[in-house]
Design a binder for this molecule. Sequence first.
Ligand code: ATP
Length: 233
Amino acid sequence: MDGLIAEHISKTYAGTHGLSFAALRDVSIRLEPGSFTSLVGESGSGKSTLARLLVGLEAPDQGAIFLDGEDTSGWSTEDWRKRRTKLQAVFQDASGTLNPMRSIRSNVEEAMVNLTSLSKRQRRERVGELMELTHMEERLLEIPARQLSGGEQRRLSLVRAMSIRPKYLILDEVLSGLDLISADAVMRVLEQYHREFDCAFLLITHDMDSAYRLSDTILTMQAGQIVRVGIKQ
Ligand SMILES: Nc1ncnc2c1ncn2[C@@H]1O[C@H](COP(=O)(O)OP(=O)(O)OP(=O)(O)O)[C@@H](O)[C@H]1O
């Protein structure tokens, strides 16, 4: 069955003094193709942990994750890499996805060369469109990632992820730290992208206004569990 689905997943980390800490406890979530889900909840409730598990950066201790019907249990980094054409993520700390020494253009170009079959001209056009959509000047593309602010890096990571036209896009706090105009521009991009390309989003945010504005479903996490499911009528 299509969708990005987690079934009864749990994740425990080793803590100090020999204590262990359950970051996720028996969490189930289903991202249907074309849906828009927001994940909210207090700091430390497990939102980023869930995002990392859903994109294969870490494995659950228990439970299973299915991507379009495929059981991801036991997948290698290479197995996940092959699915990056349909599953992309942007994390708050963009340095995990961008090579800091290389220009943004080369970062985006590398992803598109590896994960799409676009020609050079088509790649240039797509990047140009996305920069315009996100209200960013093209000159930023030529600057090494490390010289950009955290907010710029995050928006450019979003451009990189969207340039692949994934079917599932997981966004961890991409709006935080942006001024109101930039945050609004990013939200409009997400709305437009969602409408045009039928991409399923999981947006992790502390901002309830953007969660209400963008999503059809809002999941609230508390202490490693999903405690509330809100569905827009
Ligand atoms: N690699 C790790 N090792 C040990 N503990 C971890 C690790 N990753 C996360 N945790 C712990 O798991 C809990 C959940 O963290 P997580 O980052 O998922 O929360 P969050 O809801 O995303 O928080 P925030 O909104 O502040 O980003 C926290 O208590 C955190 O300290």
